[in-house]
Design a protein around this ligand. Structure first.
Ligand SMILES: C[S@@+](CC[C@H](N)C(=O)[O-])C[C@H]1O[C@@H](n2cnc3c(N)ncnc32)[C@H](O)[C@@H]1O
Length: 239
């Protein structure tokens, strides 16, 4: 029996219509759909984005892929997730691993891909890109993320304000992902420089509960995990 194929599909940032036609076609053709679990242990946001496209005969596998920095916890979880999907693949079933946004942009799919490339290299893999959150945020804000010869820096997590300072020396636009935990110091930093007018916050971009803040909410407000901040040096191009 031939083995199944593993697909990594970026399903976009929230609006189900931002899934590519290719992603949709593959998603509806596979018997097994897999995604990371959320913090409650249920199928995470990627599965909710595409829920309307799935049918009850498709098996949905919610994989335990913890959100922790410790590699000693992460690596066994990635290996176990790959082993579980390998069972389906070796039974000849195609599997689509769905991931929010794009599959190669700070995505858990990358860890799974690594497991397959090293441990199950005979499995055929196809990656289908998706719309990543900074691009959707620029669309929601009606402004370019970058234009002409401008430079873009994406910071997936900011540990020190000095890193932001450094990034803004070189980049015209800085996108801060995972901004929730650092929002207050970043707000104060922008305030001190009188840059609050050049920073924009988008929560749940393109989803039904999207919030676009052209004027930043005061620090102290609890932001959802799915929030990002766009800082543009040239305020005249901010739409
Ligand atoms: C691990 S990264 C995943 C990025 C994702 N693969 C993508 O293509 O956008 C998670 C961070 O991306 C940002 N993010 C992802 N989706 C978002 C959304 N729909 N709205 C706002 N921010 C989002 C948030 O900053 C979040 O903390």
């Amino acid at each position: 029996m031939s083995t199944g194929k593993l697909y990594g599909i970026g399903v976009g940032p929230g609006d189900p219509e931002l899934l590519t036609l290719k992603g949709l076609r593959i998603l509806q053709s596979v018997p097994v759909v897999a995604c990371p679990q959320d913090r409650r242990g249920e199928a995470g946001w990627a599965s909710r984005i595409v829920a309307q496209y799935l049918v009850s005969t498709q098996k949905l596998r919610a994989l335990h892929m913890p959100f922790v920095p410790e590699r000693e916890q992460l690596e066994p979880a990635w290996a176990a997730a790959a082993d579980l999907l390998y069972e389906d693949l070796s039974a000849g079933l195609d599997v689509a691993f769905i991931t929010e946004g794009d599959a190669s942009f700070y995505s858990t799919f990358t860890y799974l891909l690594g497991e397959f490339q090293t441990r199950y290299p005979h499995i055929a893999i196809e990656v289908v890109p998706g719309v990543c959150s900074p691009l959707a945020a620029a669309a929601a804000l009606h402004m370019p993320l970058v234009i002409g010869s401008e430079v873009l820096t994406v910071m997936p997590a900011m540990h020190r304000l000095a890193d932001l300072e450094q990034a803004l020396l070189h980049a015209d636009t800085v996108v801060l992902l995972k901004v929730t935990g650092v929002y207050e110091p970043v707000y104060r930093w922008l305030e001190e420089r009188e840059w609050l007018g050049q920073a924009f916050l988008v929560e749940w971009v393109s989803g039904a509960n999207q919030q676009v803040h052209r004027c930043l909410p005061p620090p102290g407000e609890k932001l959802p995990y799915f929030s990002l901040l766009v800082i543009r040096r040239s305020a005249h191009l901010t739409g």
